[in-house]
Design a protein. Sequence first.
Length: 395
Amino acid sequence: MTIVEPVTASAVAEPVGSLAVASRSIVLADRVVPGTVVVENGVIVAIEEDRILDEAEDWGDDILVPGLVELHTDHIEPHYSPRPKVFWEPFSAVFSYDAQIAAAGITTVFDSLRAGSDGDSSMLGARLFELGDAIEKAKATGLLRVDHHTHLRCEICAADVLDQAREYLGRFDVRLLSLMDHTPGQRQFRDAEKLRDYYRGKKKGMSEEELDAFFAERIRLHERYGVVHRRALVDIGHARGVALASHDDTTVEHVEESVADRVQVAEFPTTLEAAAASHAAGLAVLMGAPNVVRGGSHSGNVSAIALAEAGHLDILSSDYVPVSLIEGAFGLVDVPAIGGLAGAIRTVSKNPAEATGMTDRGEIACGKRGDLVRVRLLDGHPVVREVFRLGRRVS
């Protein structure tokens, strides 16, 4: 009997390609120019401004932007659990999710997985490791369209979050770790009544007695674990060289804590004051692209457009709708503080890449990865037509 050794992710080289494409609108990091971009062996080797090379494929008025970099999406969850209590085969779910991410123009994605059982999610516990194993198995095939990394979202008040985080970090490559606290009366849920409305709704249908008991338990866990677990997770992240993100900072005091913890990314600040303080302190302020597309926060917190107008917005994330990333970027173009189309595209490419130490991507520049996206505007809506990763078409 022949035994075939399993292929590890590191054993499979990323496939690369070469191409030359021309566009009247090439979105560079600081301006938009006509010309030709040349990619050889997966790397951008030339940008010929104001020239259409004979060998180039002419994209005409379609817009050429760098591959999008997504730091926070939990969209893998509906592929893995498409209905309550229904779990799809995880390997299959990863490929389905990957295809949708690529079709949205995203070439680098941080798969957001949750650590810490919070009593409210069927996606936690052992299933965290099932998804981690499935992602690594899929990466090892060399057939994924997108470059996948892990964003580990840690619920700091969960009793088991440290055990899960340590085990996951020991087994998988984590590039971003966020510090979450969804305790009623805290941060995103500072107005606990809004959270009660959510749980009273059709999705949860909890009675008032059940809500009282549930909230009391969450508050008890916060008092017992909140401070000690946050401190431990910060130390773990720094020891492993993992970028840290705060989550739902609401007050200046929250931001001061994040600064003291040497956090790099401020995810979804809930107030203008927290966003302003984060931005002033050098944290990259990340907001949800659906917030831009829908015109406001579904949770009733500060709007992303308001932060953009105030000059406090650095990064967009698709959060729960992959296509919102490109739509959200184009929705910022007319905000003066953003800096036009080039500035808007930076929020979904260069800025998230730099915030997580990825200096080889995120912009159309010589020496950077040949991650390119072809976009056409139809009635003002950006439509992704083609996507290239390392010079090879993936969607």
